[in-house]
Design a protein around this ligand. Sequence first.
Ligand code: UDP
Length: 318
Amino acid sequence: MSQGRALITGGAGFLGSHLCDALLGEGWSVVVVDNLLTGRRANITHLTHDPRFEFVEKNICQPFDVGKVDYVFHFASPASPEDYHAHGIETLQVGSLGTFHALETAHKYGAKYLVSSTSECYGDPLEHPQKETYWGHVNPVGPRSVYDEAKRFTEAVTVAYRRYHNVDVRIARIFNTYGPRMQIRDGRVVPNFMRQALSGEELTIYGDGSQTRSFCYVSDEIDGFLRLAKSDEHMPVNIGNPTEFSILECAKLVLKVTGSKSQIRYVPLPQDDPRQRQPDITKARQLLGWEPRIDLEKGLRLSLDFFKQAVAEESTPK
Ligand code: UDP
């Protein structure tokens, strides 16, 4: 059944491309706009033969018009610390200019809108676990600020378009999500550990590994987005797995799942690395009936073939 036409900015990225699959599966036509700064064509090549799928290679920081759409999913942004450090100005631009353009599209066509925000809005949180009502503890001039403040600004523009133009918006605050199609060199902890374990290298733990994160498998995350997209909630909703792990525990699980004999090496902790992060998902549970189903060990097992192949491809001479 046809659902209408959805625009996904950043649709060639990790989450954006999984969202393409899910929306096409639900009967939508999908147009992706992505400049491939951190997204990859390989994430969407399996869709190019679907007549309901279009790809436009374009930077959304420039004004654009892809014609009438019924839903705007605004997912474009560098997202890993390594990527947003390498592309700090572009990260600020896409969070600001790109967000205006995505919202203008929704406004022009009367489309619904959902934006991917982040737990980074909470910074290095003083409240634990983090509820949506917490305003955060963010260093506005630290190395992470290009991402944190871009996303906080994204949220501000989004609620302003709701207040001033009555755009029908939704805001998903995403917590560390992992799974197939992550780039093995994007510097995030799961791809780093998987790549290191599968190639017999030492696993690099930053700091003493006692800092925590709560990891959500990609299919759970996408299920959360789809439910939020269908809801009428206009304020932010945490979409993440509330089970918290220390980074050392995460390293040990990766060694278990890969069967690797790699050693652990401790290296200095980056500046402003959040000490802990765990979503309070009461709002998502009550509002969306959403609950993540895949625990970290299972999710790592589900991701194993992808990472094995990515490591093999990298070591194959071109
Ligand atoms: N981390 C680590 N080793 C790595 C990569 C990351 O110990 O090889 C740590 C990092 O310092 C942070 C956590 O793992 O405390 C999650 O880092 P990631 O870059 O995945 O995402 P973040 O939640 O910091 O945005």
